[in-house]
Design a protein around this ligand. Structure first.
Ligand code: FES
Ligand code: FES
Length: 164
């Protein structure tokens, strides 16, 4: 089948990618565009490691055809990472030992950012619910929840990072 060009906004910049039909967003990001912060653990929509934010909502990029983000606004971990230093969530994950092997971390950070953008002061239960679709085999989840709550406690209402 013929390849096509998909155009969307990626981390604030208009981006084009030429893909074969049904190429996933994760594959387009990682293999076509070189945005490798997004990780793929299962490729089946089960682990959450590939989570990115589309129009403010966390989505599983491993099961989303990139054609579906035509004209949409996609945010990846690269887009919230400042040119220098860390995003507040990255800093809090570091301080709370919420990153061990780190494979789940990009997805955890993006789902946490999506939560705090909508709900800057979530409860512990709301954080747990927000990350419930994201698997972590290392941390036992409590440090991740603590990190998100730490950011919420110090929230100034701007979790947007440097590229929004
Ligand atoms: S790689 Fe997408 S949910 Fe596991
Ligand atoms: S830190 Fe290893 S899977 Fe979460």
């Amino acid at each position: 089948m013929a390849s096509k060009i998909v155009t969307f906004t990626l981390n604030g910049r208009e981006t084009e990618v030429m893909v074969k039909p049904l190429t996933t967003l994760a594959k387009a990001l990682r293999e076509k565009l070189g945005f490798t912060a997004t990780k793929c653990g299962c490729y089946e929509g089960n682990c959450g490691s590939c989570t990115v934010i589309v129009n403010g909502e966390p989505v599983l990029s491993c099961i989303l055809p990139v054609e579906e983000v035509e004209g949409q606004n996609v945010l990846t971990l690269e887009g919230i990472t400042p040119a220098e230093g860390l995003h507040p969530l990255q800093q809090a994950f570091h301080e709370n030992f919420a990153i061990q092997c780190g494979f789940c971390s990009p997805g955890m950070l993006m789902v946490s950012k999506a939560l705090l953008d909508k709900n800057p002061h979530p409860t512990q239960a709301e954080v747990a619910e927000a990350i419930s679709g994201n698997l972590c085999r290392c941390t036992g989840y409590d440090p991740i929840i603590a990190a998100v709550l730490q950011v919420a406690a110090g929230s100034n209402g701007n979790q947007g990072g440097s590229h929004e």
